[in-house]
Ligand binder design. Sequence first.
Ligand code: GDP
Ligand code: MG
Length: 370
Amino acid sequence: PNKITVQTLAEKLGKAPSEVIKFLMMKGVMAAINQEIDFDTASQVAEEYGILLEEEAEEVLEEKMFEEEPDNPEDLVERPPVVVVMGHVDHGKTSLLDAIRESNVTAKEAGGITQHIGASTVEINGKKITFLDTPGHEAFTAMRMRGAQVTDIAILVVAADDGVMPQTIEAINHAKAANVQIIVAVNKIDKPSANPDRVKQELADHGLLVEEWGGDTICVPVSAIAKTNLDTLLEMVLLVAEMAELKANPNKRARGTIIEAQLDKGRGPVATVLVQSGTLKVGDPIVAGSAYGRIRAMMDDKGRRVKKAGPSTPVEILGLSEVPAAGDSFYVAESDKQARHYAQILAERNREQSLRATPNKVSLDDLFSQ
Ligand code: GDP
Ligand code: MG
């Protein structure tokens, strides 16, 4: 139930607080100026003044807390695309991602080791691309269940010697449902048994007509093992990103999505987050699901400590009170107190949702397992 302080009520009614207090007293309610009274009592007072006090639904108030303020167009700047790799098992998703990252690391900082944080950034022609590690299917189901939209582009890996398979079709459907642009990487073209034309035909049968056949699906023949055409693939990603005009406002409190999280023995709850708008900074009060806290430290995907992270940047953060769930949104609050308050609201919502989701059944086992 909603509560309101005497002071706020007086302001809403345009009366002196002392008058409201007097009124309450007459009704047998003793309340100080900054004390909270329940909505029913408040509306009785209002009625005395001939005013109908409308209860602003709590849920509406809460939604407002999490609402993102609209950006001025001049605050928007280009942001890197967020890319996920999808495709049938053994078609080379992991190999391709590794090859892209390795060749990118060795080219720039010899011996540099990419730390596994669930997402990483590569650079080509001075532009960044963010890759999520999570295989497309899992990422999409976990994230979409929570309504999170994090990816811009899906690289659909199809092995040239195997063609379109059940999980390829599933990936196409997922990407289409999520309104994500598909770029096809026909992989394993180093193999003598490779047959890229057959792959293109099968793709066409599933609604993806490649450019050279008059369609608008970009298709790049690659080999993750021989490292063929990887740069071309990345350039195509940048091209698609450019056409999509991906933008975000870096000059505000950050918000984004939890990519993965776990409890670390020494460091406590550790989460990899993707900043989607604003800039995340060390010291920010943050909330993600029922977890909250002040960011104690941030690391980038190369394991380097960073002080801030802008849009489309994945970072690992320390300082949360508990482990949030992958797919949870995170918000930077105005204060520690507000972060804690938001976390309470979100925890309550989670509880309500899980109560609704689980049938209200108690077995004997449950009763005796205390
Ligand atoms: P995933 O299940 O989609 O992640 O596939 P993996 O990356 O694990 O690759 C499956 C198998 O295909 C592994 O044995 C890889 O070495 C092999 N593979 C991946 N890419 C290529 C490629 O470009 N050429 C060849 N010849 N083999 C590849
Ligand atoms: Mg794999």
